[in-house]
Design a protein around this ligand. Structure first.
Ligand code: DX5
Ligand code: ZN
Length: 219
């Protein structure tokens, strides 16, 4: 089992050749496929929905890592579970208007790994009541909504807090970072305790996916 997992975000892929793009990152050594779901309400952008996830499910056997940036994630969960998600991450922010503990239970009940995340402006303390319920803790290293933004090193404090909690309470917890990840910021994230790296732009805009994935893992 690899210690650092790479999850390319297909948000940055060329949708006109999606099948090709997914196969190429799989062959290039990707571990998971990260799907960014944006509803135009919780974040200021619209990406794609569960239909697209079902399409991606047919293209690969890699685990599908679903990141829901949507209002009322609880309402839409069953559709993503049915579409073939392996892990589902929701936001903790109150605007998302859901009972976080119940949503996490629903995710696990659907046979998926349960993840929770927070915007850069949200304090880590808001996650604390739910830590024991998590398989995966995602630290956003950009404000969610768009690919291609610069990495926010100030969020590393949250990664370190997650790492400390993990060491004391649940060594199996995955700590994922998302936003502005390139070989340089990957290294910073790993040093602070991340073990899963989401990367959109750095992989899909590079000429050699395999070389980029290798650099992210090993830099
Ligand atoms: C941001 C998304 C990210 C994004 C990462 O809202 O959650 O997954 O696609 O893209 P890059 O790697 O381009 O920052
Ligand atoms: Zn994401």
């Amino acid at each position: 089992m690899r210690s650092i997992l790479i999850a390319p975000s297909i948000l940055a892929a060329d949708f006109s050749r999606l099948g090709d793009e997914v196969r190429r990152v799989e062959e290039a050594g990707a571990d998971w496929i990260h799907c960014d779901i944006m509803d135009g309400h919780f974040v200021d952008n619209i990406s794609f929905g569960s239909g697209m996830v079902a399409t991606v499910r047919k293209l690969t056997t890699l685990p599908l890592d679903i990141h829901l940036m949507i209002q009322h994630p609880d309402h839409y969960l069953p559709r993503f579970i049915d579409a073939g998600a392996n892990s589902i991450t929701v936001h903790v922010e109150p605007e998302s208007k859901h009972d976080v503990a119940k949503t996490l239970e629903q995710i696990r009940g659907g046979g998926c790994r349960a993840g929770l995340t927070l915007n850069p402006a949200t304090p880590f303390a808001q996650l604390e009541p739910y830590l024991a319920q998590l398989d995966l803790l995602l630290v956003m290293t950009v404000h969610p909504g768009f690919g291609g933004q610069p990495f926010r090193a100030d969020q590393m404090e949250k990664v370190r807090r997650a790492r400390d909690w993990k060491a004391k309470n649940n060594p199996a917890l995955d700590i994922e970072v998302d936003g502005g990840i390139n070989p340089k910021t990957a290294r910073v994230s790993i040093e602070n305790g991340a073990n899963i790296l989401v990367a959109g732009t750095s992989i899909f805009k590079s000429p050699d996916y395999a070389a980029e994935i290798r650099a992210l893992r090993e830099e």
